[in-house]
Ligand binder design. Sequence first.
Ligand code: TUI
Length: 312
Amino acid sequence: MKTRITELLGIEYPIVQGGMAWVADYHLAAAVAGAGGLGLIGAGGAPASAVIEQIKQCKALTDKPFGVNIMLLNPEADAIAQAIVDMGVKVVTTGAGSPEKYMAMWKEAGVKVIPVVASVAMAKRMERCGADALVAEGTESGGHIGELTTMALVPQVVDAVSIPVIAAGGIADGRGFAAALMLGACGVQMGTRFLVAKETNIHANYKERVEKASDIDTQVTGRSTGHPVRALRNAMTRQYLKLEKEGAGFEELEYLTLGGLRKAVVDGDVKNGSVMAGQIAGLVNRQQTCAEIIQEITDEAKQVMSDRCKLL
Ligand code: TUI
């Protein structure tokens, strides 16, 4: 399956695994890379030393290209950005901010830079400062989100830039993949589907919550603080939304979510932790290997594209 993204990154399938904080470790990144997609180590809020160790381990497991996602609110983002260069990581994706200040350094080192954007303005800004491609991430996604839906965002970003666009948000099967291609994307990024991959090292309770989730089970907290985050509804999201409605301040709200993702991923506390997942969780109900996921999605996409064409 050749697209501008497979050619740019030297991968077999235009499928990128989301760089999920606490979730996307070197096991998952290497498994996705081995299956022909782009695997990512999610740096999240981890210290640079931990990310460097993850990169080393990933290199030991695979010869295929893999990347690192930098969450730009990480206080050690500068050191992680430098480590990417020093360690010869081939691809970097960024989230929750603008990576402009690292761009010159990465370009000079030949790192492919793929910022995640949630608006046309940000997409244009990233192209201007030298991005090689973009992930256009709709509000259906889990975790930190923007306002626009994937359906509205992707074609508008595709029209606004010349670099290849990867669609994300609400995509978990071949139909979503095919639809993204129809919107003009050259590939897809998926997080939620990979949450339940066999190679994903998260607590069994987290996987079970995702597998059992229905279409209406996610909630968005933090709209009032300017940090909207989508997660599966639980005692934490309910309490958060109640406090938000009552006009609670930033500090009180932050306290509620502090360490919430770690609580859910590592401790398996899916009641009080932050069980980040996208709106498509209702469709994700089986644990498969990364290779099975990628194979099934590409087969299904090819099938639905040929079926639909016959109907026309
Ligand atoms: O970054 C994400 N998703 C994330 S990061 C994350 S870790 C976290 N944990 C607890 C609380 C908050 C975060 C969990 N999920 N997706 C990529 C993404 N980036 N979505 C939206 C954006 C974005 C937002 C603003 C990109 C650029 C941007 O620009 C702001 C600016 O500088 O103008």
